[in-house]
Structure formats: structure tokens, C-alpha cells
Design a protein around this ligand. Structure first.
Ligand SMILES: [Zn+2]
Length: 422
């Protein structure tokens, strides 16, 4: 039976959202947490973007490194796949491999709907040109050493199905690994996406990615329905998610909700299962980190990780849940890594920032287990990196970020290097 894999696009769709962004260190932490939760692939950024490629190279380097002696087990970037997003044109493929020579996994994107072909290219390209551009880009990526290639049909949900099949078959003929079905505008509903994805799986014969948006409030439901259609059509499904659902406009399918929906919803898990080892107990951690890093509060009613997800007040509910939690809860809070009290200092606090000195910094680091410095020089070097990280994130680093910099100062140095004038 084919399976459902998770392909998270927080570090691509999430960060391209209006008003929102992440520092390169924050993006790295998201990749590390996604690895911990068992996500198959992180779409970790844009290889052709100048301010991005040092971060991408540094993450690929980290993935190849053996863990530092004594580094905590969670601080790893393996076995998750790190994939880049580029346009499906040869020039982007060439630039991507020039700037990120070690990139192995790519998604190549091009518009397929008549609306976008006419509306964006304004007569400069037709349907045949789109397929020619895409296949040439796929060929170029293989020639440069790619190991997997997803081909993205942008605005697939508004694309004529026969043309989409033709596009998919051309991608398959050029050995593409997957076809990404982009419901770019969130136009689908579970009934339409099921039908389309099943037809694509059957007629194209490639694994299908579900890339769904929430403009009509159905991103998660559509992702499940699309995945079901794909599996019923005989292919593996790859659901695109983002942490806390952050993404263009109304957002994408939320990572934690997708995992809950696949594993807990009525009868779904009987026939449609997640591939790989997914560790839901990391859900709370990644959601809270994204909340802090994006500076976007998790809604009180967010599934699983919202403040009210396990809160009961009315008489009948409170009485029922106290007698047996299963009366009013579908799943336990412990499964999501919730339940530990959060300690908040209400007295004197020392934080590490861009103007910190060694005394305050040593105080902050002294509270973190798993870290000790061999010398004052080493502490000073890490402090300098922490200052730079603060310049980029404008807020105190969380303990895991401090730990990361202390363990991997050489990688951190690369993440923090931005040179717009060179
Ligand atoms: Zn998108």
C-alpha cells in the first residue's frame, strides 16, 4: 500500500508570507525540529537567492557532519532531506548549482493554468512552451547531479486536467520523481481534489504532492482528500505542510493538524498511513518555537497546540472529562509533548543580546545544561556569534539556539554571514 509522507515548506512558503520572515538561524532550528518530528523533506529555501545560499550550504554541511562529541541527540539534521525551490527554467537550475553545489533535492515550479500562462506570460509562452521549459530544466537538474526532482504545477487546481496529465507525463518521461499538485489559490474542496489527484496518480503514474492553501478554510481537509485520491490511484502521497499553517495569504496546511488528521480521524488511518517514523511528541516544541520566531500567536483554538485544545470549563464537559478524558478528548495532550509546566522568571533576568558582555552571557549560558566552555576565548567567540544572531532576529535567542551556536560555531558563522555588497 502506498503511504503518505510529509514535505514541510515552512522555510519556503512560510517565509515568503507577507509581513513575516525568519532569520537564517531560526530557519536552521526549524529544519532541526522538523527532522526530530520525522518529516521526510524540508523545503529549506531558495538556492538562487543571494542572501539565502550561505544558509543552505551551511545546513547541507551540518547534515553531513557527525554530531559533535557530547552534542544532544536532537541537534541533528539527519535523515531529513533538504530540498530547494526554484523556477522550472534552465537558468535557475544552473544558478542553483553554482550557489549551492551540494544541493541534491529540488522542486522546479512553473505555472500550468491558462489563467496564469496568459495572465503572467502575456502571450510570450503557450502550453507547449511551459512543457518545454519544464523538461529542459528537469534534464539540466539531473545533469548537474540532482538526486530527486519534484515538478510543481502552479495553479494545478485551475488547470485543464488533460493538459495537467500531459504535463505530468512529460515530467515522468524526463524521470521526474514527483508531481506537485499546487492548489495555489485554495480553490479546491475535498471532493474535487480527491477526484483530480486520483486521476493524476492513475494517468501519470508518479507520486503526487498535495500543496494546499487555506483561502476557503480547507487546506488540511484538501490535503487529506488529495492524499487519499493519490493512494487510491496507486501512488505515494506527499502532503506539503507548514508549522502553525503559516504561509501565503490564509496559509498552508498546518503540520501538526495534518499529522493528527491522518492518524486520528474517523477510519482514515485504517487504510492511509504515514510513511517513516513520525514523532508527534515534538509537536508542542516546534509549534511554540515557530510562534516565537515568526512572532505570530498560535490561535487559542488551534488543534493540538492551541491554549484551549485541552481546556474544559462548562459543567457537563468538565465533569465528563474528569471522569474519563475520552469523553471529550480525541487524543491526549501528552502525545503532543504537552503537560510540562512552563517556568517564567518574574524577578531579575539577564538576557543575551546584540550588546551583551561576557559576564551576563556566562550567566545565561551557565543555566543551560550540556554547555561548558573550555576557555574564556571560546566563550567570547560564541558570545560574538550570539550578538550577530540577535542583530538578525531582534529578540533574545531561545536556549536551543544558544546551544546550537555553542556546539556548531563554525556553522553558525556561515549562517550569520550576509554580504550584500560583495
Ligand atoms: Zn504555496
Amino acid at each position: 500500500m502506498p503511504k503518505i509522507y510529509l514535505l514541510d515548506v515552512t522555510n519556503r512558503d512560510g517565509v515568503q508570507t507577507a509581513r513575516l520572515g525568519l532569520s537564517k538561524l531560526e530557519k536552521t532550528m526549524i529544519n532541526i525540529y522538523l527532522n526530530g518530528i520525522g518529516v521526510f523533506q524540508s523545503e529549506f529555501g531558495f538556492p538562487t537567492t543571494r542572501h539565502e545560499y550561505r544558509y543552505l550550504n551551511a545546513n547541507l554541511e551540518l547534515a553531513e557532519m557527525e554530531a559533535e562529541a557530547g552534542a544532544p541527540a536532537w541537534l541533528k539534521l539527519k535523515p531529513i532531506r533538504l530540498g530547494g525551490w526554484i523556477r522550472a527554467i534552465v537558468a535557475d537550475v544552473e544558478l542553483a548549482f553554482e550557489r549551492v553545489p551540494g544541493i541534491k533535492h529540488l522542486n522546479l515550479s512553473i505555472s500550468t493554468s491558462d489563467q496564469m500562462i496568459n495572465g503572467k506570460f502575456q502571450g510570450r509562452k503557450n502550453r507547449d512552451d511551459i512543457i518545454k521549459d519544464m523538461t529542459a530544466a528537469v534534464d539540466a537538474a539531473w545533469a548537474k547531479g540532482a538526486e530527486s526532482i519534484g515538478v510543481n504545477a502552479e495553479d494545478a487546481s485551475r488547470t485543464d486536467l488533460d493538459y495537467l496529465v500531459e504535463f505530468g507525463l512529460a515530467a515522468k518521461e524526463h524521470k521526474a520523481t514527483r508531481l506537485r499538485y499546487c492548489d495555489t489559490l485554495g480553490y479546491d474542496n475535498p471532493f474535487t481534489i480527491y477526484k483530480t489527484n486520483k486521476a493524476l496518480a492513475e494517468r501519470v503514474g508518479l507520486p503526487i504532492e498535495q500543496h494546499c492553501h487555506g483561502d476557503l478554510g480547507m487546506a488540511v481537509a484538501n490535503s487529506l482528500a488529495g492524499a487519499k485520491g493519490t493512494i487510491d490511484g496507486g501512488q505515494d502521497a506527499y502532503i506539503n505542510t507548514t508549522v502553525n499553517g503559516i504561509g501565503e495569504r490564509a496559509g498552508n496546511a498546518d503540520l501538526v493538524t495534518v499529522i493528527l488528521a491522518v492518524t486520528k480521524s474517523k477510519e482514515f488511518a485504517d487504510g492511509y498511513q504515514l510513511g517513516g517514523k513520525v514523532n508527534l511528541s515534538k509537536a508542542w516544541k516546534i509549534a511554540k518555537f515557530a510562534e516565537y520566531a515568526f512572532d505570530v500567536k498560535i490561535p487559542i483554538n488551534q488543534p493540538g497546540v492551541g491554549a484551549n485544545a485541552f481546556a474544559h470549563e462548562s459543567g457537563i464537559h468538565a465533569d465528563g472529562v474528569l471522569k474519563d478524558p475520552e469523553n471529550y478528548e480525541l487524543y491526549g495532550y501528552e502525545e503532543l509533548g504537552r503537560g510540562d509546566p512552563i517556568k517564567v522568571d518574574t524577578g531579575r533576568e539577564i538576557t543575551a543580546g546584540e550588546y551583551s558582555g561576557i559576564s551576563g552571557f556566562s550567566h545565561v549560558m551557565g543555566k543551560i545544561k550540556d554547555v561548558s566552555f573550555k576557555s574564556r576565548e571560546e566563550a567570547n567567540e560564541v558570545l560574538e556569534l550570539v550578538r550577530y544572531a540577535n542583530v538578525l532576529s531582534h529578540k533574545p535567542l531561545v536556549e536551543d539556539e544558544l546551544l546550537f551556536i555553542a556546539r556548531y560555531p563554525q556553522i553558525a558563522k556561515k549562517l550569520l554571514t550576509l554580504t550584500p555588497l560583495a
